[in-house]
Design a protein around this ligand. Structure first.
Ligand SMILES: [Mn+2]
Length: 452
């Protein structure tokens, strides 16, 4: 690692269009770097989650890593969060903040809106105005000057930069300015901090570790603006040159999750069960449950170990890692290529309410339109399922995991009882349920309310 210290954040990130291995390896390796080396390692992702990965994260109970679409530093990175001062406070207080921060002092109203900065320049201009107004400065004490409200001595024309803006996009503006200090605002325009021109002209570079890829074309944007610290991968070489030597591992095993787990093992660190289960998913997804020709003996060994660590209650319901892997692959397949049997049975739960036995299956998709081509088959399959099981009602809940919405397909003798659900019926007979994603917490209570 560089001499910039252990607490400088380092982002661990996988490739664009992240798959389960890219997400699992980023979270797993970031965890190991924190645990083993005390680094401030932060897992990141270079794009939206796919349906399979969203299913795994939900199943194991982990939050997705933060989204990082490019490596160009933002104003947030160079902002100093100096305490703001209300405009009616004294110049003396502003002065204290400014000298403490070796910069200007931010003047912010009670609603959080930045009004300006008190700087050496602005105070000097304030004094000049006093002289222009023919105030006899010989007879004005320093104490009286320092007691004026700071707003009267501030510079109100300071440029503001949103914290999410790329620093490089603000550079030209800063170069034209005579000022040295600038305001950084939140998205809603409220005060976040201030920044100084040397930091705008030469911002600290993001520090990155790439996992599950090494080609710049597969990496997040503006990779050249970051310091690359390490690569941990299992793909072909396609890397670009670096200025400094870095640890670079490309080992042709079945998944990057395998490599991460081996390093945990070597370091004598056992990850928490949800993380182990996620790494197992990364391995099983990349190797198609150890069946892909990329699979090595090491992947088999690691799968056994991760299953032991990760398939603990409540994930022990999968029994074996093979069954866990099958659920995983089914979750990622989307509706287009899956047999109706698998769509209806992979995640099916049985209930009873008001004497009616019913089942609700849930399937996750990346886009609700995946349902359209398969709707006739699904309607038939769902009706057959209700008939075969003797249920009054069968429901398929198709959930768009990206946008957070569902469509419901209904079958069974009691389906009419659901007419009163607060969801709009579409021309194809399905119900449109925006904002509904949870079977347990949203759909089931609504159905039970109508049946009882
Ligand atoms: Mn991979």
């Amino acid at each position: 690692m560089t001499d910039r210290g252990a607490l400088e954040p380092v982002h661990v990130i996988g490739h664009l269009n992240p798959d389960t291995d890219a997400i699992a390896a980023a979270l797993g390796y970031a965890w190991l770097l924190c645990e083993r080396d005390g680094l401030n390692a932060i897992a990141a992702r270079a794009g939206a989650l796919n349906a399979q990965t969203a299913w795994v994260l939900k199943t194991v109970g982990l939050e997705p890593p933060r989204l990082l679409t490019d490596a160009s530093p933002r104003f947030e990175r160079i902002a100093r969060t100096l305490p703001p001062i209300l405009p009616d406070r004294s110049l003396r207080e502003a002065w204290a903040v400014a000298s403490g921060g070796h910069s200007a002092a931010p003047v912010v109203n009670s609603a959080g809106q930045p009004l300006g900065l008190v700087s050496g320049d602005s105070v000097f201009r304030f004094l000049s105005r006093q002289m222009d107004d023919r105030i006899d400065l010989d007879n004005v004490s320093v104490a009286r000057i320092l007691a004026v409200p700071c707003a009267s001595a501030m510079d109100a024309d300071v440029p503001r930069f949103p914290l999410t803006m790329r620093v490089r996009d603000g550079r030209a503006r800063v170069v034209r300015e005579e000022r040295d200090d600038f305001l950084v605002t939140r998205e809603d325009g409220t005060y976040f901090g201030i920044c100084r021109s040397p930091d705008v002209l030469n911002p600290p570079r993001l520090r990155l570790i790439l996992v599950d890829h090494n080609e710049p074309g597969q990496a997040l944007g503006a990779l050249e603006e970051a310091d690359l610290l390490e690569v941990l991968d299992h793909h072909r070489l396609g890397n670009s040159p670096t200025t400094l030597p870095i640890p670079f591992t490309v080992d042709p095993v079945g998944s990057t999750s395998t490599l991460v787990c081996e390093r945990m093992w070597l370091a004598g660190r056992q990850p928490p069960a949800p993380l182990a289960a996620l790494l197992l998913a990364g391995l099983l997804s990349d190797t198609l449950i150890l069946r892909s020709p990329t699979t090595t003996a090491r992947d088999h060994l690691v799968a056994e170990r991760l299953a032991g660590w990760g398939l603990q209650p409540p994930l022990d319901t999968f029994g074996t890692f093979q069954r866990y892997g099958e659920a995983l692959l089914a979750a990622g397949a989307g509706l287009a290529v899956r047999p109706v049997e698998s769509i209806l049975n992979t995640d099916l739960k049985l209930y009873e309410g008001g004497g009616v036995h019913f089942g609700i299956a849930q399937v996750e998709v990346a886009n609700l339109h995946e349902l359209d081509d398969r709707l006739a088959e699904i309607n038939a399959g769902l009706a057959a399922l209700a008939e075969a099981r003797g249920w009054g009602l069968a429901v398929l809940m198709v959930t768009d995991v990206v946008r957070g919405a569902s469509r419901l397909v209904l079958a069974g003798r009691q389906a009419a009882a659901l007419e009163e659900l607060p969801y709009r019926r579409l021309p194809d007979g399905t119900l449109n349920a925006p904002d509904v994603v949870s079977r347990k917490k949203q759909l089931l209570p609504a159905i039970l309310g109508l049946l009882s």
